[in-house]
Design a protein around this ligand. Structure first.
Ligand SMILES: Cc1cc2nc3c(=O)[nH]c(=O)nc-3n(C[C@H](O)[C@H](O)[C@H](O)COP(=O)(O)O)c2cc1C
Length: 368
């Protein structure tokens, strides 16, 4: 929030009430004061960050990532010890122990589960819903959103290619236009490249129920990411956060957006070398594909936990350009809400909510 904003100003109060109305479906669904989810980030979204987001009025989400059931159980319990506010758990659908992870969530009474990494099976969806959890699916296209809804998803996240981490091919600007006007039956949260409250406001007005942000929260004071990882975010601009590059169409590379570094450059050399070994007959196609896939194994952990920001994978969204300092979570959320409220206030007719007579434009119908 801007320091010169007076939250007792009737104009502010009116605009804040309007914002609360715009994202009422999102706050009701999440049970939070503010309809902003802290998108799950492997190695980053653990007990401290998740509880900080929920305690500040947002909705934190634990990233299960590659954790096994015992570790997830411990992380949920530790998060509950730090907050009595609602939070969720993000599970990756291709995790080999997905069924056990679902059992852990149900036994722990997790209220919201985000299923990422592909369309979930009907049985996974049923197990969660029968266990009392609300399920949030990832819909990178309208057709997938409809399919997830039929499968029983209670809400959706539509994430544009501006986002950090694994991405789809379509930007949020386009995805929002493709999905929001046509899917009104369930709450939809928008994600990817969001760093300001006024941008979130625009999407709420298009029909979004709320927003999901990752990058801005990864660089927060409460984030346990290594200091070098967070400083890299402060230094970077939007153009530094690029998707991984695939050299040959025969060897697909999963698109991941992150900061360009030595690792991303070496990945190109590694692909070229693997391609040469395949063409010379030294490697089978399968072996070459595995060799390419293994390049990044463990690399997000190296960057986040060990601070290896040159060799590791520094996943970040284009929103990284809007990270200008390391801020406490409460300040980030206040800033986002403040920007949305200010944008609404700028639209209020002069004098509205101040007890002063309102200006009537000569061209407006009231002037007639
Ligand atoms: C470092 C990092 C790790 C991420 N890991 C995951 C993950 O494990 N699961 C997931 O569903 N999304 C993951 N994401 C995506 C976020 O949940 C979120 O949707 C995304 O960051 C939103 O875009 P933004 O970064 O522009 O705010 C990750 C993003 C970042 C930056």
């Amino acid at each position: 929030m801007s320091p010169d904003m007076n939250i007792t100003d009737p104009a502010y109060v009116a605009a804040r009430a309007e914002l609360d109305l715009l994202w009422a479906r999102g706050t009701a669904f999440l049970g939070s004061r503010v309809a902003i989810l802290g998108g799950a980030m492997s190695w980053v979204s653990e007990r401290n960050l998740v509880s900080a987001i929920s305690n500040a009025g947002g909705f934190g989400v634990i990233a299960c990532g590659a954790m096994g059931p015992a570790l997830l159980e411990a992380e949920i319990a530790a998060t509950k010890a730090l907050t009595d506010k609602p939070f969720g758990v993000n599970l990756i659908t291709m995790h080999p122990k997905l069924d056990d992870l679902i059992k852990v969530c149900v036994a722990a009474g997790v209220t919201h589960v985000v299923l990422a990494g592909g369309v979930p099976s009907g049985s996974a969806m049923r197990a969660l819903k029968d266990g009392g959890a609300k399920v949030i699916g990832f819909a990178p296209a309208l057709v997938l959103g409809k399919r997830l809804m039929k499968l029983g998803a209670d809400a959706l996240v539509i994430e544009g290619s501006e986002a950090g981490g694994h991405i789809g091919p379509v930007s949020l600007t386009v995805l929002a236009q493709e999905v929001l006007p046509h899917l009104r039956d369930l709450p939809i949260f928008v994600a990817g490249g969001l760093g300001r409250g006024d941008a979130i406001l625009g999407l709420l007005e298009m029909g979004a129920a709320g927003a999901q942000l990752g990058t801005r929260f990864a660089a927060s004071t409460e984030s346990v990411a290594h200091a070098r990882f967070k400083q890299a975010f402060v230094r970077a601009s939007a153009r530094d956060a690029l998707p991984s590059v695939q050299l040959d169409e025969r060897f697909p590379v999963i698109p991941v957006r992150g900061l360009v570094n030595d690792g991303t450059k070496r990945f190109l050399v590694h692909q070229a070398e693997t391609l040469r070994r395949f063409q010379s007959g030294e490697l089978t196609k399968e072996a070459a594909q595995l060799d390419i896939e293994h390049f990044w194994a463990g690399s997000l952990r190296r960057a986040v936990v060990d601070g290896d920001i040159e060799g590791g994978s520094v996943m970040a969204g284009q929103s990284v350009g809007m990270v200008t300092s390391i801020q406490p979570i409460a300040e980030i959320l206040e800033e986002l809400v403040g920007q949305a409220v200010q944008a609404l206030m700028r639209r209020q007719p002069q004098g509205a909510g101040t007890g002063l007579p309102q200006r009537v434009d000569a061209a407006s119908p009231q002037a007639a």
